[in-house]
Design a protein around this ligand. Structure first.
Ligand SMILES: [Zn+2]
Length: 344
């Protein structure tokens, strides 16, 4: 079948790829219709690895997908040919201890699309467990369906933050994950959500689409505490760290009110410094997240209900045949772009 293949570091081609995709009784076969390009896809393209995950042989890219069911396994009763769906890209061992504990996202043997050596979904068809496939309501498009994967990280972060009605939140980082986290926090009952970044163009994009929902903080010209003070706040109830940059951890406790929560989403390259005493004297609790677990249906419902509009995140889209060009563009993404979508 035709697929978008990362041949090796820095080299992508759109070509025929020989794959034997066997449909087991518990699987569905899906024709992807929209696939988002993720920072991780671009990272593999540019660097050839993420940490210990190294591209050693040609690998099909893509893990943020929505599409149409074209075949169902003999045990599958909740899907029919023609259903519109999105898919959770990590397939755990369903018998692992982590899965049995309800934390299948932490299963070390999880097979995650487009994480070497597992092939991704930028191809004509994929076979996927029905239990990790979710129907899209009528009013949720394929484009939105392909955004469910990043949105799920935001919704899971909001859940971990245990948001109470009227809470205030600060998100560090205005990339895709920071933005979906801010939107999820707002949809979950936060009264005010601030998003801080050093990239003005990204903040301007948020201003353009979400000015009623998000207050932006341009770290190039102002500091967080003074903006919070302008809004009559001494600190926020929740800080979501969505950059993974070591510098973001400096003084992070200062942004929080006593008893506040710090949610760590971004993944730093190595160890980072955290002022423990500054957290202790405010009794800050820390939550961490790794991808998401049992959250896709909620993310879909939030979008279907109109409480979370993720569509403005898609700033450019390409047909599959131009996917190589799409990746070249994504590899040097201008600051005023967020999500590049490939549509079949
Ligand atoms: Zn992604």
């Amino acid at each position: 079948m035709k697929a978008l293949v990362l041949e090796e570091k820095g080299k992508i081609s759109y070509r025929d790829f020989d794959l034997q995709d066997e449909l087991t009784p518990d699987d569905v076969r899906v024709k992807p219709m929209a696939v988002g390009i993720c920072g991780s896809d671009v990272h593999y393209y540019r660097e050839g690895n993420i940490g210990d995950f190294v591209v050693r042989s040609p690998m099909i890219l893509g893990h943020e997908a929505a599409g149409e069911v074209i075949e169902t396994g003999s045990n599958v009763s909740n899907f029919a040919v023609g259903d519109r769906v999105c898919m959770e890209p990590g397939i755990p061992d369903f018998r692992s201890s982590q899965t049995l504990m309800g934390m299948y996202n932490l299963d070390p043997s999880v097979r995650f699309w487009a994480t070497p050596p597992v092939h991704g979904c930028l191809r004509e068809t994929v076979v996927h467990p029905a239990s990790l496939t979710f129907k899209l309501p009528e009013n949720v498009s394929y484009r939105e369906g392909a955004l469910i994967e990043p949105v799920a990280i935001g919704v899971y972060s909001a859940k971990k933050a245990a948001i109470a009605p009227g809470d205030t939140a600060l998100v560090l980082g205005a990339g895709t994950i920071g933005t979906v986290t801010a939107l999820a926090a707002k949809a979950s009952g936060c009264s005010k959500v601030f998003v801080a970044d050093i990239k003005l163009a990204k903040l301007e994009l948020l201003e353009a689409y979400y000015s009623g929902e998000i207050v932006t903080i341009d770290l190039g010209v102002s500091d967080v505490s003074s903006v919070l003070a302008d809004h009559g706040l001494d600190g926020v109830d929740i800080v979501f760290e969505a950059t993974g940059a070591a510098a973001a951890f400096k003084g992070i406790a200062d942004y929080l009110v006593p008893g506040g929560r710090l949610v760590l989403i971004g993944m730093p390259d190595g160890e980072v410094g955290l002022d423990v005493v500054a957290l202790q004297v405010k009794e800050i609790s820390i939550e961490t997240i790794f991808r998401y677990v049992n959250i896709f249906p909620k993310a879909i419902d939030l979008i279907a209900s109109g409480k979370l509009n993720a569509l403005p995140l898609i700033t450019k889209s390409y047909p599959l045949k131009d996917a190589v060009e799409a990746f070249e563009y994504a590899a040097t993404l201008p600051d005023d772009q967020i999500k590049i979508m490939i549509e079949m």
